[in-house]
Design a protein around this ligand. Structure first.
Ligand SMILES: CC(C)C(=O)C(=O)O
Length: 317
């Protein structure tokens, strides 16, 4: 049992906006490597409309082809009831995901731009999706722009907490707070997560931060210190949110799995990840995308002190 749970987002969030289409065999090899390196949450694919997002036209084939690890959650991204119905159809065939995701934005401006729906309409959509899922999956709700919005500025923490409450009341077990465009700082990260942990003890809080301004890891550390144990990351930091490019410009990537795992393990926090396999998988991710990605650890190697016991292990509170 490790101290933290890392969700690897490369195969969905990472690939969604990649211009090149990866062949099915490459996706299967990637996800199998994620399983083999010890990850216990893997964002595998998206049941999106293939006309809109052709990258996931093979969503069912991906689920059918991957090797399943014991106790591993394979997450399917779902945008609407039709997507949940596709998830259920695959589950009936015995090849389904075991976690599905739901998404809301903390601000109406971002919701309209990103989801083409007002927040109110999106909450109706989520209610319908939860009803359609009928308790068959572990569910994770993500609140985008939870720490600030490029269109509306400061986001009210009490409004975010109301969204967490709505997810909780709907029976959603995990709630991710998204720092979608890298606006959080350690103090806001700690304040909001501490409030979630205090007010919603039944909810598993998840950090889903983008590293747009190089603040991802410092904020993840702040989240860890507040008691968060679930983190979304992506090998090489790929992925992220198109809104950043369309409306703000800049880097859209996720926090690099390699860098966050290296830091945690160097602090004596166990991740359950085989570090040598992680480095081999990191190189494989770069080779399949044909370019150097953003991980500093991929560039410099793992912390050389890692093969010695950490001087003062950080206790998992
Ligand atoms: C789309 C979600 C998962 C996201 O990346 C964000 O809002 O930060």
């Amino acid at each position: 049992m490790s101290d933290v749970v890392i969700c690897e987002c490369f195969a969905r969030d990472g690939l969604q906006h990649e211009p090149q289409m990866l062949p099915l065999e490459t996706k299967l090899a990637l996800i199998d490597q994620f399983t083999d390196m010890g990850l216990t949450r893997i964002e595998a694919m998206s049941y999106s409309n293939p006309k809109v997002i052709p990258q996931f036209a093979d969503a069912t084939e991906v689920l059918a082809g991957i090797r399943r690890g014991d106790g591993v959650y394979y997450k399917a991204t779902c945008a609407n009831v039709r997507a949940v119905e596709r998830a259920l159809a695959d589950t009936e065939k015995g090849i389904g995901a075991n976690e599905i995701s739901l998404l809301v934005s903390a601000t109406d401006s971002h919701s309209l731009k990103n989801l083409k729906r007002t927040r109110e309409d999106q909450w109706k959509n989520i209610t319908d999706m939860v009803a359609a899922a009928n308790g068959r999956y572990r569910m994770v709700g993500t609140i985008s722009m939870a720490f600030g919005c490029p269109f509306e500025g400061t986001v009210s923490e009490s409004d975010v907490l109301k969204d967490v409450e709505k997810f909780s009341k709907a029976g959603v077990q995990l709630v991710a707070l998204g720092d979608t465009t890298g606006m959080a700082v350690p103090a806001t990260t700690q304040r909001l997560f501490s409030a979630v942990i205090k007010e919603f003890p039944d909810v598993v809080p998840v950090a889903h931060f983008h590293d747009s301004r190089g603040t991802g890891i410092v904020n993840y550390l702040a989240a860890y210190e507040s008691g968060v144990r679930y983190f979304d990351c992506s090998m090489g930091g790929v992925g992220g949110h198109p809104t950043e490019v369309k409306y703000g410009g800049g880097f859209t990537g996720n926090v690099c799995t390699e860098d966050w795992v290296n830091l945690l393990e160097s602090m004596g926090v166990t991740t359950g990840i085989d570090l040598e396999k992680m480095m081999a998988t990191s190189a494989y991710c770069e080779s399949v995308l044909g370019r150097q990605l953003y991980s500093k650890v991929a560039l410099s190697g793992l912390n050389p002190l890692l093969d010695r016991p950490a001087a003062t292990p950080v206790s998992a509170s």
